[in-house]
Design a protein around this ligand. Structure first.
Ligand SMILES: *[C@@H]1O[C@H](CO)[C@@H](O)[C@H](O)[C@H]1NC(C)=O
Ligand SMILES: *[C@@H]1O[C@H](CO)[C@@H](O)[C@H](O)[C@H]1NC(C)=O
Ligand SMILES: *[C@@H]1O[C@H](CO)[C@@H](O)[C@H](O)[C@H]1NC(C)=O
Length: 202
């Protein structure tokens, strides 16, 4: 009786361990969509070296093709841009998704994955990113909301350079900062907003 109880406890512990997030190996079953999508979003964020991190909004397609020794999976994912820049160490799961008034951006990603012996490899992915609503649609919905400008907008970039120079004039700064990247440029009626990750020039 006692042995049986110990065994039951042990197998419960084994179950708990294998249910820990991220440890579960991917299999080729159809129900694998959410786990495969999670792996894909991690991969996409790890390889995304500019702009902002993305989070999964919806799995729009998941097709599994059985092949020798495993399967090929094709995922269609709808992602949303978060407010965490890629240099932000916060896990993307904890990042807030941008609201519509902040010119939300979405990504439609096609991900190809091969699963063999519990190992999943992303062989290819392609994302098409765009604003959730176009500038024209936004003007109708929210005339006062800022408008996103292309990142090569010359007026916008001029203002960014001026702002950086202005920022560096502050004598209480302990460092001189250089501009690493412009994440977004948006205009309001009379103002330009900057979201700049500024880096210490060391
Ligand atoms: C996403 O991309 C796929 C493949 O290019 C396309 O078939 C699908 O219609 C797109 N979905 C949306 C919502 O744009
Ligand atoms: C910005 O980039 C777009 C697309 O690459 C291009 O068509 C446009 O001419 C560029 N504008 C400026 C001001 O460089
Ligand atoms: C200069 O930097 C200090 C410390 O970061 C800040 O409190 C102050 O407002 C800045 N001054 C100007 C003119 O931006």
């Amino acid at each position: 009786m006692r042995t049986l109880r110990v065994l039951t406890l042990l197998s419960a512990a084994v179950l708990l361990c294998s249910a820990a997030p991220g440890l579960e190996p991917l299999t080729c079953s159809e129900g694998n969509g959410p786990a495969a999508a999670d792996k894909a979003v991690h991969h996409i964020n790890e390889h995304h070296d500019h702009g902002y991190k993305f989070r999964l909004h919806e799995v729009q397609g998941n097709s599994v093709e059985q092949v020798d020794g495993g399967c090929n999976v094709k995922l269609q994912l709808d992602l949303r841009e978060t407010k965490c820049h890629t240099i932000n160490p916060k896990p993307f799961e904890d990042c807030e998704i941008r609201g519509m008034g902040e010119r939300a951006v979405k990504a439609n990603c096609t991900v190809l994955m091969t699963i063999k012996d519990g190992d999943a490899d992303i062989t290819k992915y392609e994302c098409d990113t765009r604003q959730e609503k176009t500038n024209l649609e936004m003007v109708r919905i929210c005339p006062d909301c800022p408008v996103l400008l292309p990142l090569n907008n010359s007026e916008g970039l001029k203002s960014v350079r001026e702002a950086t120079a202005e920022f560096n004039k502050n004598t209480s700064n302990q460092h001189y900062y250089i501009l690493k990247e412009v994440g977004r440029i948006s205009t309001g009626v009379q103002r330009i907003l900057f979201f700049l990750p500024l880096f210490v020039n060391s």
